[in-house]
Design a protein around this ligand. Structure first.
Ligand code: FCB
Length: 440
């Protein structure tokens, strides 16, 4: 790596991130069915119809996986808790084995002196709640607050930090308007309602955790920079709307108690009655803001129904996902988020990384990480209070609709044998983070 720990501010945290459904092995340990299981079982949704039944079998191999986190010299481990593993029906009966697993995981982290950073929901909604309308149903905010109390009632005393929901845009727009993720809907009313309810559920979960006496609570947004495809006023308007839907709607709700006007033009008729009254809950104060950043998009106007826009191929180098690599946009996001939304609140890059077919000598990943760490440094120099950087991901894993085909891990996983093998990027980070100091 181009950098070592000493190139960053003194208390800057380095971490790796994962999520429950992508690694644990969801068919094991008494977890209930989720909308990702049924979405994956429906032809055409996921590459090779792959699902998270076994994934990396982290449920049984977490000790080995956490040894890598320690050996790599990381300060933090960002993981998620599966709602259906804890409450198989989403409400009511608790699966003790599920709670026990997160309890053991927490202690295993602390034994290794790694800070546990939890996300309560990273996309696998219990099917029993999906049957009731899932994120379209306003009651989901209460169901989620109840789940929060159950899981954090057990492990909340040992968490370093917690965020309720990973990437509200993906939970709502990507899954209810674009239909690319579970539940696979393409419906503007479903999209508008889920966008609002996901923020309401976030606020209720923050309140529930404050009630348990917890601190260091945040929110994690995925941001995608939008650039007009050309100089026309139409392209600029389309890019501003893309920015509104993707980024500003969610940041605006949580930090400004307002949704952007250009988004309301299309969505207001579809929002639930009384949405304006929910902002005090949605904007419940948080202690930090997490940004997940991967790419930017070139946006052009389009025919057809609102939002009248489309993304078009751009000229920058691309990752295996086909995503353009644009580190400068990460700096712009960090600066803009602090200036317009979060002020002095600490910001963490809670996900960043790339998919690569290279399973051993992943120089492309090392380059990507170097470029993005440099982008973080540029923001630090401009005075942005960035205090952490998490790499997606510790392990190759179930990359949602792309199945096991796209590999984001620092550690290679052979999905036939489940053997883990650290890649060159893991060793590069290890020497950058431990500065030659033995980690044992
Ligand atoms: C993020 C998700 C994560 C993974 C990466 C590549 O949007 O949070 O689960 O899919 O993208």
């Amino acid at each position: 790596m181009k950098y070592t720990r000493s190139d960053f501010p003194k208390d800057f945290l380095f971490g790796v991130a994962t999520s429950a459904y992508q690694i644990e092995g969801h068919a094991q340990g008494g977890a209930g069915e989720t909308h990702w299981d049924t979405f994956a079982a429906t032809p055409g949704n996921v590459v090779r119809n792959e699902n998270g039944d076994l994934a990396c079998d982290h449920l049984h191999r977490f000790e080995e996986d956490l040894d890598f986190v320690r050996e790599g010299g990381f300060d933090c481990y960002r993981f998620s808790t599966s709602w259906a593993r804890v409450l198989p029906e989403g409400r009511g009966q608790v699966n003790q084995a599920g709670l026990d697993f997160y309890d053991r995981l927490t202690d295993a982290l602390l034994e290794r002196r790694i800070r546990p950073c939890a996300t309560l929901y990273h996309w696998e909604l219990p099917s029993a709640l999906a049957d009731l309308g899932g994120w379209r149903n306003p009651d989901i905010a209460s169901w989620f607050a109840d789940f929060t109390e159950v899981i954090m009632g057990r492990i909340g005393d040992r968490m370093f930090s917690v965020a309720p929901i990973n990437e509200p845009w993906c939970v709502s727009w990507l899954s209810h308007f674009e239909g690319h993720h579970a539940p696979g809907l393409r419906d503007i009313r479903a999209a508008a309602r889920s966008m609002h309810h996901v923020l309401l559920a976030h606020g209720r979960a923050i309140q529930a955790m404050r009630g348990l006496g917890m601190s260091n609570l945040g929110a994690v947004f995925n941001l995608e920079w939008s650039e007009p495809a050309d100089d026309s006023a139409e392209a600029q308007k389309a890019a501003a709307l893309y920015d509104g839907i993707y980024n500003r709607f969610f940041l605006g709700g949580v930090f400004k108690k307002a949704y952007p006007d250009n988004v309301l033009e299309g969505l207001e008729p579809h929002l639930p009655t009384g949405w304006q009254d929910d902002f005090d809950t949605i904007a419940e104060p948080v202690d930090w803001c997490g940004l997940n950043y991967y790419t930017r998009k070139l946006i052009a106007p389009d025919e057809g129904a609102w939002p009248h826009l489309k993304d078009v191929p751009g000229p920058l180098p691309k990752t295996q996902m086909g995503w353009e690599i644009d580190p400068a946009a990460l700096t712009r996001f960090l600066v803009r988020t602090a200036q317009e939304y979060t002020g002095n609140l600490p910001i963490l890059v809670t996900e960043n990384g790339l998919a690569s077919p290279e399973r051993h000598n992943d120089k492309d990943r090392i380059d990507y990480l170097n470029q993005h760490l440099s982008a973080v440094q540029d923001a630090v120099v401009q005075g942005v209070p960035v205090n952490g950087y998490f790499i997606w991901s510790l392990l190759d894993n179930y990359e949602w609709a792309f199945g096991y085909e796209k590999r984001f891990g620092l550690i290679d996983v052979d999905f036939d044998t489940l053997k883990r093998s650290p890649k060159a990027s893991f060793f590069a980070l290890k020497s950058a983070l431990t500065d030659g100091v033995a980690s044992s």
